[in-house]
Design a binder for this molecule. Structure first.
Ligand code: DX5
Ligand code: ZN
Length: 214
């Protein structure tokens, strides 16, 4: 599976060190959580911090926007070097248009679903999605407990993607550990995000390798 450490759990006083740790690990992507205090109750970090990460990152930037009206910032995140830009289904009135705008800027288009949002709502745009980001916690904070219903949603997503002939990858975000990653893989997940489990561990490089080996 693709492993994407979430820098939300990094030490911001040592951001360059933590970015370089991920560079030297077997991780695949940098997962970057941008929050606005409106769509989610928390504010994480914005453009200057994403620019600082991008300055040292040697792997693709997987940017997860937890913000209202994300269309306003598509061009900005393209300039900041995002490879994948994911928007929340719940924030997009014209999701198809938003996906086209992300691709027009040269990025891969992702759609994130809150735990309560059914996978079936993507039936008419799954063919246009590069990454389907299933939230396995309510977005806004790191360190929360994994929601078990996610396994069912991964299987539903797998079926929807197959039926549509879509090439979308299924990425899981929130509370991921070596305890639930094997079942996520078995259900059909392609990518996992891990914040606390990686950065709060004694040896983050080894923890990333453990996740990668699943
Ligand atoms: C939550 C974020 C996640 C978060 C995951 O809103 O989208 O990416 O950083 O953190 P952990 O792995 O600690 O649940
Ligand atoms: Zn995230």
């Amino acid at each position: 599976m693709i492993v994407a450490p979430s820098l939300l759990a990094a030490d911001f006083g040592n951001l360059q060190r933590d970015v370089e740790m991920v560079n030297h690990s077997v991780a695949d992507w940098f997962h970057i959580d941008v929050m606005d205090g409106l769509f989610v109750p928390n504010i994480s970090y914005g453009m200057p911090v994403v620019a600082a990460i991008g300055k040292y990152a040697q792997k693709p930037l997987d940017v997860h926007l937890m913000i209202v009206d994300p269309d306003r910032y598509i061009g900005v995140f393209a300039e900041l070097g995002a490879a994948i830009l994911s928007v929340h289904y719940e924030t997009c009135t014209h999701l198809h248009r938003t996906l086209q705008a992300i691709k027009a800027e040269g990025m891969q288009a992702g759609v994130a679903l809150n735990p309560h949002t059914p996978v079936s709502l993507l039936e008419d745009c799954i063919a246009d999605i590069d990454v389907l980001l299933l939230m396995s916690v309510n977005p806004g904070f790191g360190g929360q407990t994994f929601i078990e219903n996610t396994y069912k949603k991964v299987r539903q997503a797998r079926t929807l993607i197959a039926q549509a002939g879509s090439k979308a990858l299924i990425e899981i975000d929130g509370g991921v550990t070596t305890a639930n990653a094997p079942e996520l893989k078995a259900a059909g997940a392609d990518a996992i995000v891990a914040g606390s489990f990686v950065f709060k561990s004694a040896d983050p490089v080894a923890t990333i390798a453990e996740l990668k080996a699943i």
